[in-house]
Structure formats: C-alpha cells, structure tokens
Design a protein around this ligand. Structure first.
Ligand SMILES: [Zn+2]
Length: 273
C-alpha cells in the first residue's frame, strides 16, 4: 500500500517536472519578451482553436500581473528601435490575424493598463478560411466564422495611440507553398494596402502560420520591413537577435496560470531546451 502511494507521488512529480521544467532558470530579464495572442474571447466547448482564445478575464489578469511586476510595454517596432537601451522587463504584445474582439475586448483592457500592442492584420481577412492551407485537420471553417476587425475598428484601435499596425500578408498564404514572386506580392501589396488605407507606416511583419523558407527573409527585407515575427518560441537578446525572424512567447488559452508565469520566465512552458 505504502509502496503504491509513494509510486503515485513519484510519477506525479516526474509528470509535473516534465510538463513544467520548474528547475530551469529564468531567461535574463534584460531580454525582451514578445507575446503572441490571437483572440481575446472566451474558449468555446469542443472548439478546435481554443488555444488561440484567451478569455478577457485571463487577459486582464495577465495585464494586471505585468503591470504589478513592473514590466514595461512597447510595440515591436519600439523594441527594435530601442534595442540596447531597453529597461529590464520589457515586453511587446502582438495580435495576429485581426479578430473583432481585439477592438471590443482587448483594446479597453490595453488602455486600462496602459499597454501597447502590435496588430498584425491580414488585408483580405473577410470570408477567407486560411486554416485550410495548413493542415487537413483544420478543415472546419471555425476561424472563417470568427468576426474579423472592420477597417473602422482598426482605425479606432490606431486612434487610441497604443497600437502599432503590422502586416500579416494579403491572404494569410502559406509561404512554403507559393513561389517567390507570390511571396513578394503578399509582402509588398499588404504593406502598401495598409499604409494607404490607414495612413500609417507599416514596418513590421508576421509570417502567416509562422512558416517561411530561410531565403524568404531577404524578401521581407526587400519589401521594406524592419522587423518580422515568427511562431518559434523563445526569448532573445535584443543585442544579437535577427530582427526579421523574431521569436515569440505563445500565450495559449489552454494554459493555466503557472504555465503563463513559466512562459514569461523562460519563453516556453515545457521541458524542451
Ligand atoms: Zn495568422
């Protein structure tokens, strides 16, 4: 009996350790954290993309914690511009795709906690099911049904003064599946379309699905972007990072609070190096 209890405790400890890798030290707090969000909305029963849905309550708890712990909020372009002179505990919030809840739910909270964010907007985001271009499993139209930001809502976000506009391509194309010329158009046309429509300069890009060939980084540069974010997880030294292939911290609606804290400390939740 005692043996069984001890074994269960031991297995529980091993599971917990592998899941959270609690022994790993924090990444240097002089290295900025770039946080990746998609939707700020309540997760739905039996939905495929609940990892992309961070509830407004959880988002507010995270912002409150960041503010109470003395973190400093920047946009991605500000992080780039100030690399080398950034204070300890700098971070940037990013939103990918352009869901309407970014204006309805996230913006009021960003204002309340005086936080900035970079919005990576898909230009042609209405009636488009880009999840199809990645895996068959995603053939659900779940993301297609999500209400996207109208241009007016985007304008409202920009008028708040706390939002930087970045591009997330024209159509959310999978860069691994299209020719260089088409990649170039996705990069250049989206930059011009957003700049023209909203009258701001667009200097940052987010790779659709985080997917790209290493040689496409040069195309991003040629298109005139100064920074680009990926979906690779991690935290980097702003003195030596690659501005056109920045790592981010995935903020998942499926994570518990401990997982969020560990991601802020180390860039990822689990045991992988
Ligand atoms: Zn996306």
């Amino acid at each position: 009996m005692i043996f069984t209890v001890l074994l269960v405790i031991l297995l529980g400890f091993v599971w917990f350790s592998l899941r959270y890798a609690w022994w790993r030290p924090a990444v240097d707090y002089r290295y900025p954290r770039i946080l990746m969000y998609h939707m700020i909305s309540t997760p739905r029963p039996v939905a495929l993309f609940n990892g992309l849905r961070v509830s407004p309550q959880l988002f507010e708890r995270q912002l409150r914690w960041l503010s109470a712990q003395g973190w400093h909020s920047f946009t991605v372009s500000e992080l780039l511009a100030r690399a080398g002179t950034l204070p300890e505990k700098s971070f940037a919030i990013t939103f990918d795709d352009g869901y309407a809840d970014n204006a309805l739910q996230a913006l009021p909270l960003l204002k309340k906690y005086r936080c900035k964010a970079t919005l990576y907007l898909v230009v042609d985001r209405f009636d488009r099911d880009w999840s199809l271009q990645r895996k068959k499993r995603h053939d659900e139209a779940e993301l297609k049904r999500e209400t996207k930001l109208s241009d007016q809502q985007v304008q409202e976000m920009l008028d708040s003064g706390c939002i930087e506009l970045g591009s997330h391509s024209m159509t959310h194309a999978n860069f691994l599946r299209i020719e260089s010329e088409a990649v170039g158009r996705e990069l250049i046309d989206s930059k011009h379309a957003l700049e023209e429509r909203f009258g701001v300069s667009v200097g940052s890009f987010a790779y659709p699905f985080g997917l790209y060939h290493p040689q496409q980084v040069e195309l991003v540069k040629q298109a005139g972007y100064r920074s680009a974010v990926t979906t690779r997880e991690g935290i980097e030294n702003a003195g030596s990072w690659e501005p056109l292939a920045l790592k981010r911290i995935k903020i998942s609606g499926k994570d518990n609070w401990l997982a969020f804290l560990l991601r802020m400390r180390r860039g990822r939740r689990g045991w992988r190096p």
